[in-house]
Design a protein around this ligand. Structure first.
Ligand SMILES: [Zn+2]
Length: 152
């Protein structure tokens, strides 16, 4: 699973530019349990509002555990799971991100894309690119409010 920084760095410049014009707001954040491999998941849901269409955008951080109740604070270098319901994500991102362990096949047919992103580079859609920094900040504040786990 690649880090958020790597996914953002991989994102093509035109997508990064379009992200500036996108309205993607964090609407919900929660800690949803732990996986044995990485520790807690911090899920941040974003409402991406573009061209009067709403997309469901999910950013999920997997910070490694330090002790049983303490985890590394999510940063740009935290392994990150991502998902978006927009068509760009379906055609360009989902397959490549699933291969790198950063997403799962949910919206596409799971076949390797031939025309869009034929090199299968794992990168983000504009909604995820815009929402990710806010999701990162939110993941840290949700951990502060949770008495079961904390970040160091
Ligand atoms: Zn999207």
């Amino acid at each position: 699973m690649l880090t958020l920084k790597r996914l953002m760095d991989n994102t093509p410049r035109p997508v990064q530019d379009r992200a500036k014009l996108t309205n993607a707001q964090v609407i919900h954040s929660e800690i949803v349990g732990r996986s044995s491999k990485y520790g807690v998941h911090v899920v941040v849901r974003c409402d991406s509002n573009t061209e009067e269409t709403h997309y469901d955008t999910v950013v999920e951080f997997f910070p490694p555990p330090i002790t049983q109740k303490e985890y590394e604070k999510p940063t740009l270098n935290t392994p990150t799971f991502v998902k978006c319901s927009c068509p760009f994500f379906l055609f360009h991102c989902e397959y490549a991100l699933t291969r790198s362990g950063n997403s799962e096949i949910d919206y596409s047919n799971g076949k390797r894309p031939v025309i869009k992103n034929p090199n299968q580079t794992p990168y983000l859609c504009k909604h995820l690119f815009k929402a990710a920094p806010a999701a990162l900040r939110m993941s840290q504040s949700v951990a502060l409010k949770n008495d079961k786990v904390s970040f160091r």
